[in-house]
Design a protein around this ligand. Sequence first.
Ligand code: GLN
Length: 197
Amino acid sequence: MTVIGVFALQGNVREHAAMLTQVGVEARPVRRPAELEQVDALVLPGGESTTMDKLARAFELFEPLQKRIADGMPVFGTCAGMIMLADEITGGIDGQETLGGLDVTVRRNAFGRQVDSFEADLEFAAFDTPYHAVFIRAPWVERVGRDVEVLSTVGSGPATGRIVAVRHDRLLATSFHPEMTGDARLHGYFAELVRSL
Ligand code: GLN
């Protein structure tokens, strides 16, 4: 059975694990390098990227994670997880580092204070009906590298056209929290990607 880990030092670990179970893969929390070695792929949940950066170092996961990403492990980064996957960020704090791997520039807290949290229906070419997305102090993608596929953008309001879901090969990232709405289609999409390898 396909085993997908959930980075479990911060964020909605249980919710992500429940969605993964729903789409037919085994979900396992990952807190230690030895646990990382045993998964086929990984979800990096939302939370606070500056804290995730520090925790990943404190638990000696930062370098093993970078190595597995470089070796082609599929990763699904959501919100702070998207920031962690980005090669480049803006609006970070001094000294903040990301794991990298995804050729994009991501702006932290991009939607601003006025709209700390909001919800929006997003179109995805892969889905028949819109995906209802929950954004919480979310980032957006400001630059995408040549090989990065834009999967969805905001469709209305002041942030129209902002990129909020991308994929590059085995790396998938969303600005929003796909574990919060009970819609497992993005976890299903990720599980398919992992199974197809
Ligand atoms: N603003 C957070 C950060 O910069 C991300 C918010 C989230 O993951 N919901 O890490």
